[in-house]
Design a protein around this ligand. Sequence first.
Ligand code: MD3
Ligand code: FE
Length: 199
Amino acid sequence: MAPGAALLRGRALVLEADILAALESVVEAAPFRHMTTPGGFLMSAAMTSCGTAGWVTDRTGYRYDRCDPETGKPWPAMPESFRRLAREAAADAGYAGFATDSCLINRYLPGARLSLHQDKNERDFTQPIVSVSLGLPATFQFGGAKRADPVARYPMRHGDIAVWGGPSRLFHHGVLAIKDGEHTKLGRQRINLTFRAAL
Ligand code: MD3
Ligand code: FE
């Protein structure tokens, strides 16, 4: 994809059953919600988090928070299967020792999208980001360091993992509107797990 980035097709399928079961319990404790951007827009992807820190946005800005603003309580613990998958996928991509403390979980219903942005709320940009795609397929947009850089497109399917680090860590990226469909295990939705070293 780019220097420092790797696409591991089907890499999550070895732990699929564990991941889907763990996902269910996280979402039970911290349900998906649509958050507001600092500009006042409601995001079309619904989100939740697990781990020491969760990514949140509201009118005051973007940040990582140890507590879920909906409940005031700590986010659900990072399931062991999540932690292991993130560490092993990062190692496969050349980032040994990735220690994630935050998993942002995005839920896209058909039509939902994520516009081109950079992930720059994390403290340490030497750590990669690991993204696990589940459910309905999506098209990733993957640009460059500048917003105006040319954008490539990559299809992402259930079980695919992308790892972004090194020179591509701060590249712009997004997700095109999800097409309608039905996934055998997840139904009419796409779920993305994004593992970060946030704090
Ligand atoms: C390229 N989520 O939550 S990560 C996000 O499909 C986000 O929900 C995407 O972007 C989603 O912030 C999947 C794709 C991604 C993440 C980090 C990157 C691409 C990246 C960092 C650098 C370059
Ligand atoms: Fe992102």
